[in-house]
Design a protein around this ligand. Structure first.
Ligand SMILES: Cc1cc2nc3c(=O)[nH]c(=O)nc-3n(C[C@H](O)[C@H](O)[C@H](O)COP(=O)(O)O)c2cc1C
Length: 138
């Protein structure tokens, strides 16, 4: 199963990046920022994709990234987000991706911005569990 982890992380704390790296570590792949690589180099079975809200909206780069994904390049997406309170980044991403006929797991991973350290292991466990669940259903 070809798995990729991509994220958009903007603050100096790199909260979303840290969660992405934890997931990637568990999955045995590299977490890559969408700023560094704006296009997937190859088709993936599962894309773990994360971002955060800034003044109530996701970064425009993340929106553009989601809008550029196609169902022939991505079979399934698993979302994650970090924030102060809002989960709207995942809701907005779900809408964009589903409108593009890309399957998105209902369940997503959330970590509060002040609780990243305590969410490293849960993020790893979540990623491994999702990989397992998805591989059973393929
Ligand atoms: C300018 C700014 C605006 C933010 N606006 C929101 C917001 O509207 N809702 C929210 O829940 N969190 C908000 N946050 C918190 C970020 O979403 C949170 O710190 C997140 O973990 C940042 O991820 P990053 O470090 O990967 O960029 C804001 C943070 C900043 C710096």
């Amino acid at each position: 199963m070809n798995i990729a982890v991509r994220y958009c992380s903007k603050t100096k704390f790199g909260n979303t990046m840290r969660i992405a790296e934890a997931m990637a570590d568990a999955l045995g792949v590299k977490a890559v920022s969408i700023m560094d690589e704006p296009k997937l180099p190859e088709k993936v079975d599962v894309l773990f994709l994360g971002g955060a809200p800034y003044a109530n909206i996701m970064a425009p780069e993340l929106r553009e990234y989601a809008e550029s994904l196609t169902s022939d390049m991505v079979d399934k997406v698993v979302l994650f987000t970090t924030s102060n309170w809002s989960r709207r980044t995942v809701l907005a991403l779900k809408k964009i991706l589903r409108e593009r006929n890309i399957e998105v797991e209902d369940e997503f991973f959330y970590a509060h911005m002040l609780n990243i350290e305590n969410n490293i292991n849960p993020a790893k466990e979540f990623a491994l569990r999702k990989k397992k669940e998805i591989s059973v259903n393929i």
